[in-house]
Design a protein around this ligand. Structure first.
Ligand code: A2P
Length: 343
């Protein structure tokens, strides 16, 4: 029988894209169960030519499910993911709830897909920046050991959900029309502005919660628990693709040409490095596509040894940064036929 697949948070920005990825990637689905809060129960969402009813998430929602995607925030995952596992399903969790749990694999298929088993019923989908960065770093790490990493991010509104995307549209329209606008979702104006990522700052370290997550998760995905990582996360007025200015040091000299060559053949990566036309990765070209765009590949002059490479990356936050990566994990689970935690 074809698998029964549920999506918790089906009406959200990521949930909608999970449904789209299941459809566009021809994932075998026997039954699609769409779950959200009572607010949107009764709505219908399209899937493969039919309208699927959105149901309210309850403790009984998971009977008969093989795979359950969670994308409704960490507190919903903490409460309901164990219930889905108890009902016999494997959970692919897009929240931060279990990402650093040693019993929960944290997976980017292109980077560490081979380590998906063993698991205890929950697989974690990484933070969007960690997923996009490691997709580009993993093929390089297979050739040269990584010894240091620095990143500055340019993060879109979609990372804060559908409501934040709406706020960016409305704030921009208001700014163009010179009308007043009170933001409700974001702490600062988004239109024609940017600001340090809205996650809370830890007063002891001076790093915000987003930066702390990206550091920990990048280390975990790359299997380098002590990798020195520097990062500054910034929110920019872009709808759905994140960009990263990244600088990576290797344990020996590496030429930009060899990096370009490795990335040209890497799964999930598209090199956009057209020096003649000054055409490099842009969020508008990364939006809506599965590949992560990588360009501006050059020797980082901060390091006179020639061991550090700088590059610029744009990746769709809702796809590789969230829904696509989650669906790829589910495809791996289905291929391994480990759709129950007993397997
Ligand atoms: P709803 O649309 O009913 O509020 P986003 O990240 O775009 O904000 O989306 C969040 C998703 O998580 C939505 O589908 C939302 O459903 C869902 N959600 C939020 N809180 C809950 C909850 N307590 N129980 C079930 N679903 C929830």
């Amino acid at each position: 029988p074809l698998p029964v697949i549920a999506v918790v948070g089906a009406t959200g920005a990521v949930g909608i894209e999970i449904i789209n990825c299941l459809e566009s990637r021809d994932v075998p689905v026997g039954e699609l169960r769409l779950l959200a809060s009572a607010r949107s129960a009764g709505q219908h969402l399209p899937f493969r030519g039919s309208d699927v009813l959105v149901q309210e998430l309850t403790e009984r929602s998971f009977d008969g499910c093989n795979i359950v995607f969670f994308s409704a925030g960490a507190s919903v995952s903490r409460k309901y993911a164990p219930l889905a596992v108890a009902a016999g399903a494997v959970v692919v969790d897009n929240s931060s709830a279990f990402r650093m749990d040693p019993n929960v694999p944290l997976i980017v298929p292109e980077a560490n897909g081979g380590t998906i088993a063993p698991h205890a019923g929950i697989i974690a989908n990484p933070n969007c920046v960690a997923a996009i960065a490691t997709t580009a770093l993993a093929p390089l790490q297979r050739c040269w050991a990584i010894t240091r990493l620095n990143m500055v991010t340019y993060q879109s509104a979609s990372g804060a959900g559908a409501a934040a995307m709406d706020e960016l549209r409305q704030a921009t329209a208001a700014a163009v029309n010179e009308e007043p606008f009170e933001q409700q979702i974001m702490p600062h104006p988004m239109a024609f502005n940017l600001f340090s990522h809205n996650a809370e700052i830890d007063p002891e370290t001076g790093y915000n919660g987003e930066e702390t997550k990206v550091i920990a998760e990048t280390r975990r995905i790359l299997g380098l628990p002590r990798l020195p990582v520097g990062i500054t996360c910034v929110r920019v007025p872009v709808l759905r693709a994140h960009s990263i200015a990244l600088s990576v040091r290797f344990d020996g000299f590496v030429s930009p040409e060899s990096v370009r060559d490795k990335l040209s053949n890497a799964p999930g990566v598209r090199v956009v490095d057209d020096i003649e036309n000054n055409h490099f990765p842009m969020p508008c070209e990364a939006s809506g596509i599965e590949d992560v765009l990588v360009g501006r590949i050059r020797t980082d002059l901060i390091d006179p040894t020639g061991q550090t490479i700088a590059m610029f990356i744009s990746g769709d936050q809702l796809l590789k940064g969230a829904a696509l990566n989650a669906v790829q994990i589910a495809e791996n689970l289905l291929a391994q036929q480990v759709t129950s935690q007993a397997a």
